[in-house]
Design a protein around this ligand. Structure first.
Ligand SMILES: [Zn+2]
Length: 120
């Protein structure tokens, strides 16, 4: 499952940082994520809750910010955004000129922006 491997990546990274900072507990984590990754935030939170048990991150809240993808049409050179409110956003990567020859400029980001910890 996509979400599980992402959750594992988040946990591994934040635990490394938390150890360095001498954290007693991780309270929350802010994550920026491109919508093209098609991550289900509920599933990601669910996976994270399970794998973070008995670690410093147990009970930490995931604060996920989704970034709108930006695309460039290779035919008419227009930059546009896809509407990802639809069920299958990956299918709507089509420019208004009708071309689906597009370059993804952004939308695949996956960044851990910050986290709140409790120090000793
Ligand atoms: Zn176009």
């Amino acid at each position: 499952m996509h979400e599980l491997s992402l959750a594992e990546g988040i946990l591994k990274t934040i635990l490394q940082v938390a150890e360095k900072e001498g954290a007693r507990k991780i309270k929350s984590i802010k994550i920026e994520m491109g919508e093209i990754l098609l991550v289900n935030s509920e599933q990601l939170t669910f996976c994270f809750d399970i794998i973070s048990k008995d670690t410093l991150a147990e009970g930490a809240k995931l604060d996920i910010i989704f970034l709108k993808p930006r695309l460039l049409c290779n035919v008419c050179r227009k930059e546009f955004q896809i509407n990802t409110d639809e069920d299958l956003p990956i299918l709507s990567m089509i420019c208004e000129c009708g071309s689906n020859d597009v370059t993804v400029l952004s939308g695949r980001e996956f960044n851990i922006k910050s986290m709140k910890i409790e120090e000793d």
